[in-house]
Design a protein around this ligand. Structure first.
Ligand SMILES: Cc1ncc(COP(=O)(O)O)c(C=O)c1O
Length: 672
C-alpha cells in the first residue's frame, strides 16, 4: 500500500478517488499549459540547479533539525526533534514552493504573479520572490485575515506587492482563493497563479508537494545522522496540507514511521466552530467528500452542499477543504489526523517560547499541542520529528492574551469587563462551569480568587465565599488543575488572584511553572507590594506570566511609578480605600487617581473594588479600560438556589454590565 501511495497522483491528477480538475472551461487550457511546463522543468537539470541555488542562498536551506532537549525533558516522553522551517527567509516553509513556482512562471514567460494568502506567510513569500525576479505581484487576502495578520500585510506592501482585501463570505482564505481564481480567469495570458498549498486543480497538489518534499528529504538524512535510525512519529499541522506533506512524503515507504497531521479544532465541535476536515475520530463532523476550488476532497459543508464557514485562531488553518493527497492518506490509514483547539495551540506556543526560546507560528503550535497531548503515552526511546512550519512574530498580539483583548476592545470602542469569582465556591467543578458562562456572556478577563483563610483586603461577600470554598476542600493546587481543565475549553484570559502565603508555601518556582503549564495568563497577589516581591516578579515573568500589581488612592506618585514599573499585562487600580464590596457610587477623586496612573504607565487600566452597577461601569467607560466586578458576582453565586441558577444569574449580570460598557465608551473623554 505505502509504495503505491508514493507514486500518486495518476496522470489525471488523482490521488485514489481524490484530486482531479474541476474548473470552468476557461481555466483548462492554462492548467494544461502549467502541467506541461512543470513536467518539462522537472526533467530539466538546469531548472533543478537554479532552484537548488535559490533554496540555498536566498531561502536558507538546508534548515536545521534541532534536538529539543528542554521540551523533551519537560514532557518526559519521546525524544523530540524540531525541523526548523521557521528559520527560512520570510519565516515559514512557504518560500520553498514560491521559489519553485516563480522559476516556472519565468520559464513560461509570465510577468505577473497573483496569490492568495491566509496567515500572510504565503503572501509574504510570494511578494519576496516576485521582488527577487522583478515581477508584478498581487496578493488577495480576506479582510478578517488582514486584520489579524497586520504585520504580514505591511511586509508584503514593503516588498512592492499590491494587497487586495476580500470582503466576501467569511473574509478568510477560501474567499481570497475565489478572488484569485477570478483574476486568473480574466488575465490568464499574462499571469501565473501562485497557489500556496497542496490544494486546487491538478497539477497544483502534486507540484506544490514536490516543491516541499525537500523538508522530509533533509529531515530523513538529518535524523539518520543524529540517531542512526528513522523516527517513530512525524507531526505537522494541516491547513491545506503543504508543510505536512512536505515532511511526510520522503517517509511514506517507511512503514515503521507513523504520521500525525493536526488540524484546527477551533473553539468547538459544531460545524462553523472549527476547521477539522479529517479528524472525525475526535468527534469533528461535517466534512464529506465534495468539490471545492478545483479539487475533489474532504470539505466541511452543509447537508445540501453549501460550503460551511470555519473558525480557527490561526488564519493559515482556517479553510474548509484539505489537500486531496491527505484525504487519501487518511482513508488508507497511512497517516492519522487529529485536531488541537485555539486555546491549546496558544498554550503550546507559550510553552515552546518558554522552554526552547522559539516563538512558533500559531499554525505550527497546533501540531505541538497535539504532540504535548500524546507525549505522555509514548516511550522515552521513541523519536519524534515536529515540523515547525513557521515563526510566530505575526501572532504576537494573539499569543499575548491581555494585549489582544485590550486592543480589540480599543478598536471596538468598548469598555472591558473583568469578572472575579472565588474558585471552589461552591465547588471547583461549579467554578469551571461559571467561568465558561462568564466567557460566553462576554467577560473579557476572568480573575479566579484562590480562597484564603484570612482575606484582609476583602469585604464580607468575598470572605464568605472564601470560607465556603475552603470548607468544600479547595486548595491552590486544585485551582491550578481547574485552570488546566478550563484551558482545554476556553481562551478567555485568566488571572490567578491570591494572597501570598499559599503561593509562598507551594514555592515560587513550582507555583509559576504549574500556573504557566496550566495556561494562566497573569498573577495578582493582593498582599504583595513591589518592595516585598523579591524574586517573585522575575520568576513569574520568566514563566511567561504577567505580574499585575495593585495601585491605590493612597499610593504616592512615586509609589505609583514603582507599581507601574513592576506590572505587566494591565494595572489594577483600586477605586477607593476600604475593602472589596458592592457600593452605590464611585468615589469623586477616582478620575484624578486614574489621571495620575496614566501619567506613569501606558498599560491598560482596570478599576475595581466597589463596582457592581451598570451606571458605574458606564461612567468608568469615560476613564478606564476595564471594570473589575467581584463581590456582586460572588453574591449572585451565594444567593442562587442551585449551580444552574447561579450560572444563569452570572451570565445575565455580565451581559447587562457589558452592555453598559459599550454605551459608556461613546462618552469617553478625548485623551482619556
Ligand atoms: C507557518 C504556517 N504553517 C502552516 C500553514 C498551513 O498551511 P499548509 O497546511 O499548507 O502547510 C501556514 C499557512 O499559512 C503557515 O503560514
Amino acid at each position: 500500500m505505502t509504495t503505491a501511495v508514493k507514486t500518486w497522483p495518476d496522470v489525471h491528477g488523482r490521488f485514489g478517488p481524490y484530486g482531479g480538475r474541476y474548473v470552468p472551461e476557461t481555466l483548462v487550457a492554462p492548467l494544461e499549459e502549467l502541467e506541461q511546463a512543470y513536467a518539462a522543468a522537472r526533467g530539466d537539470a538546469s531548472f533543478q540547479r537554479e532552484l537548488d541555488e535559490l533554496l540555498r542562498n536566498f531561502a536558507g536551506r538546508p534548515t536545521p533539525l534541532q534536538f529539543a532537549s528542554r521540551l523533551t525533558e519537560h514532557l518526559g516522553g519521546p525524544r523530540i526533534y524540531i525541523k526548523r522551517e521557521d528559520l527560512l527567509h520570510t519565516g515559514a516553509h512557504k518560500i520553498n514552493n514560491c521559489l519553485g513556482q516563480a522559476l516556472l512562471a519565468k520559464r513560461m514567460g509570465k510577468r505577473r504573479i497573483i496569490a492568495e494568502t491566509g496567515a500572510g506567510q504565503h503572501g509574504v513569500a510570494t511578494a519576496a520572490v516576485a521582488a527577487r525576479f522583478g515581477m508584478e505581484c498581487v496578493v488577495y487576502m480576506g479582510t478578517e485575515d488582514m486584520e489579524r495578520q497586520r504585520l504580514n500585510v505591511s511586509r508584503m506592501k514593503l516588498m512592492g506587492a499590491e494587497v487586495v482585501g476580500v470582503n466576501a463570505g467569511s473574509r478568510t482564505l477560501k474567499d481570497a482563493i475565489n478572488e484569485a481564481m477570478r483574476d486568473w480567469v480574466t488575465n490568464v495570458r499574462t499571469t501565473h497563479y501562485l497557489l500556496g498549498s497542496v490544494l486546487g486543480a491538478h497539477p497544483y497538489p502534486q507540484m506544490v508537494r514536490d516543491f516541499h518534499k525537500v523538508i522530509g528529504e533533509e529531515a530523513r538524512r538529518q535524523i539518520l545522522q543524529a540517531e542512526g535510525r528513522l523516527p517513530d512519529l512525524l507531526v505537522a499541522c494541516v491547513g491545506g496540507g503543504s508543510n505536512s506533506i512536505g515532511l511526510f512524503h520522503a517517509f511514506l515507504d517507511d512503514a515503521s514511521v507513523k504520521m500525525l497531521g493536526v488540524e484546527a479544532g477551533g473553539r468547538g465541535h459544531q460545524l462553523g466552530e472549527h476547521a477539522a476536515r479529517l479528524a472525525e475520530a475526535m468527534g469533528f463532523t461535517g466534512a464529506r467528500p465534495g468539490v471545492l476550488q478545483g479539487t475533489y476532497t474532504y470539505v466541511l459543508q452543509t447537508a445540501d452542499g453549501q460550503i460551511a464557514t470555519t473558525h480557527s485562531v490561526s488564519a493559515g488553518l482556517d479553510y474548509p477543504a484539505v489537500g486531496p493527497e491527505h484525504a487519501l492518506l487518511a482513508e488508507q490509514h497511512r497517516a492519522e489526523y487529529s485536531a488541537a483547539s485555539d486555546a491549546e495551540a496558544i498554550d503550546a506556543a507559550r510553552t515552546l517560547a518558554r522552554l526552547e526560546g522559539i516563538i512558533p507560528a500559531l499554525e505550527s503550535a497546533h501540531a505541538l499541542a497535539a504532540l504535548i497531548a500524546r507525549a505522555p503515552r509514548m516511550r522515552r526511546n521513541e523519536i519524534v520529528i515536529f515540523n515547525l512550519s513557521g515563526r510566530g512574530d505575526k501572532d504576537m498580539e494573539i499569543i499575548a492574551r491581555f494585549q489582544r483583548r485590550f486592543e480589540a476592545l480599543g478598536r471596538r470602542g468598548e469598555m472591558g469587563l473583568v469578572a472575579f469569582i472565588t474558585a471552589g465556591d461552591p465547588s471547583l467543578q461549579a467554578t469551571e462551569s461559571f467561568v465558561l458562562a462568564l466567557d460566553e456572556a462576554g467577560a473579557d478577563i476572568v480573575e479566579l480568587g484562590v480562597p484564603f483563610s484570612d482575606p484582609v483586603a476583602d469585604g464580607p461577600a468575598i470572605q464568605r465565599s472564601s470560607e465556603r470554598a475552603l470548607r468544600a476542600g479547595a486548595t491552590l493546587s486544585g485551582v491550578l488543575d481547574l485552570v488546566a481543565s478550563l484551558r482545554r475549553k476556553s481562551d478567555v484570559p485568566l488571572v490567578l488572584f491570591s494572597y501570598y502565603n499559599p503561593v509562598l508555601q507551594m514555592g515560587l518556582e513550582r507555583f509559576a511553572g504549574r500556573a504557566a503549564d496550566a495556561g494562566a495568563d497573569g498573577v495578582l497577589i493582593t498582599d504583595l507590594t513591589p518592595e516585598e516581591a523579591g524574586d517573585y516578579r522575575r520568576i513569574v515573568q520568566a514563566h511567561g506570566l504577567d505580574t499585575i500589581f495593585l495601585a491605590a488612592p493612597t499610593s504616592t506618585d512615586q509609589r505609583l511609578a514603582r507599581i507601574a514599573e513592576a506590572s505587566s499585562g494591565f494595572l489594577y487600580v483600586i477605586s477607593r480605600t476600604g475593602v472589596t464590596g458592592a457600593r452605590e457610587s464611585l468615589p469623586e477623586d477616582l478620575p484624578a487617581l486614574i489621571r495620575r496612573v496614566r501619567r506613569v504607565s501606558r498599560l491598560p487600566i482596570a478599576v475595581g473594588f466597589g463596582i457592581s452597577l451598570p451606571g458605574q461601569v458606564s461612567i468608568l467607560g469615560g476613564l478606564a479600560d476595564a471594570a473589575v466586578v467581584g463581590s456582586a458576582l460572588v453574591q449572585e453565586i451565594e444567593q442562587a438556589s442551585s449551580v444552574n441558577a447561579a450560572r444563569e444569574a452570572l451570565g445575565a449580570r455580565v451581559r447587562v454590565l457589558k452592555h453598559a460598557g459599550k454605551a459608556g465608551m461613546s462618552r469617553r473623554e478625548p485623551g482619556a
